[in-house]
Design a protein around this ligand. Structure first.
Ligand code: FAD
Length: 383
């Protein structure tokens, strides 16, 4: 079955002409690398000052890429997506906090999201980032296997308890939780923690999803080993597959430290590694679940082909396709229309807190990557 990805009628049916026009103007704007470069510098410089840039962001990037400032404010988006058979992944996107009171507040928010999700068929997943629950620098120390002080050991224990409470509640309420992947230099302790929780909580159904960034040269081997462990210890290896969001940062850091880059040498290698991971997971369908987080048309079609070759029902809940809100609607809505499980990441939170996320979306959509051109062409066709 070929998915008609270029059917823009289906892709944009949930948007009014005015909303499409706004999206068009926005993608035109972020299509300018100079505007995005200077805009990002400005926002990064003034993010912690009282300069009131919030109204401008709220009317532009935030409107396109976020569901609202609170989980309840996202309900309109959730309902709209559900009308077209698309689920929501509630994403409380706070990043970069350093303070235990913020981590506790984030845990509270995530627990309340789980309750919300359990009351709605349209929210099959929630998601979190470890750096929303623990200091980045502590993860870095754990990754380097540097000895922790007594206070740090207690801090790490508290962080693990936050994660345990979230996953326990998710299991109890039968809501699935995705754990985002982050920078390579903090990822080892996250891998260990998530693997442990998968082993405990994924015995009969996929509750916890690990995220693998297939732009990393070590991830295909990692996945093979993870599948072996899942087979050996009888748990479901639930994986969110992405290409990876931090390529520039990773390369720059490796270069500055005189280390080999952890990222594959080119885009073709990343594409091949992503598709190879899909194939590995499909070949282990008895104890695997896939959440394909991608805006790539070929990989999405490849997963469709693999599923159909194996005789997997498109509605099998172990298989999900997902895109970010405001991007690649042509994939989400056409896949949903053809009967496949799809869900949009719907980030929410106070505008200022979401600024780093919004800067990443603007950069990703700048002319360098060609993504904004893709979006523009589709919107032009749809209006
Ligand atoms: C639902 C969802 C959840 C996500 N969660 C995460 C997450 O937890 N962690 C995370 O890091 N990212 C996450 N991402 C972002 C993701 O990793 C990608 O950055 C983004 O989706 C673009 O990749 P793509 O597969 O959509 O498509 P494409 O546009 O086909 O690929 C672009 C990607 O290819 C890779 N790439 C580009 N050029 C090169 C090159 N020269 N050499 C090597 N590789 C290259 C990069 O990863 C780049 O982002 C998520 C994305 C989605 C849709």
């Amino acid at each position: 079955m070929k998915i008609p990805f270029h059917n823009t009628e289906t892709a944009f049916q949930y948007k009014s002409t005015w909303e499409l026009t706004q999206a068009y103007l926005l993608f035109k704007g972020v299509g300018s690398p100079a505007l995005v470069h200077w805009g990002a510098r400005f926002l990064n410089a003034f993010i912690h000052t009282p300069i009131p840039f919030d109204p401008l962001l709220r009317a532009t990037l935030f409107k396109q890429f976020c569901g609202g400032e609170t989980a309840h404010a996202c309900s309109l988006t959730v309902r709209k997506l559900a009308e077209y058979g698309v689920g929501t992944v509630l994403d409380y996107s706070i990043e970069g906090a350093q303070d235990e009171t913020v981590f506790d507040a984030t845990e509270k928010e995530l627990l309340s999201n789980l309750t919300l999700a359990s009351q709605s068929k349209s929210i099959p997943f929630t998601v979190f980032k470890m750096t929303g629950l623990v200091r980045f620098t502590l993860l870095e120390k754990l990754h380097q296997k540097t000895a922790l002080t007594e206070a740090e050991t207690k801090e790490w224990h508290r962080a693990q308890e936050r994660v345990r409470r979230i996953i326990e509640k998710a299991a109890e309420l039968k809501v699935r939780v995705l754990v985002d992947a982050e920078e390579t230099w903090i990822q080892d302790p996250i891998d260990t923690l998530v693997e442990g929780f998968m082993k405990t909580f994924n015995q009969t159904q996929p509750t916890v999803y690990h995220t693998l960034q297939m732009y990393r040269s070590d991830r295909l081997d990692y996945l093979k080993k993870l599948l072996q462990k899942a087979q050996r210890d009888s748990f479901i290896c639930a994986v969110k597959l992405v290409r990876g969001a931090y390529m520039e940062k990773e390369r720059k850091r490796a270069e500055s430290k005189g280390m080999p880059s952890p990222i594959l040498p080119n885009k073709q290698a990343t594409d091949a590694s992503y598709d190879a991971a899909l194939k590995l997971l499909i070949d282990s369908t008895e104890n695997a679940a896939i959440f394909a987080g991608t805006h790539n048309e070929q990989s999405s079609q490849f997963l469709v082909d693999l599923m159909l070759e194996k005789g997997i029902d498109p509605k099998d809940l172990r298989f999900y396709f997902s895109q970010l809100l405001g991007m690649s609607d042509h994939l989400t809505f056409n896949l949903a229309q053809c009967g496949f499980n799809t869900a949009k990441y719907v980030p929410y939170g106070p505008v200022r807190e979401l600024t780093p996320y919004l800067i990443r979306r603007a950069q990703e959509n700048s002319a360098i990557s060609g993504q904004s051109l893709r979006e523009l062409e589709l919107i032009e066709k749809g209006t």
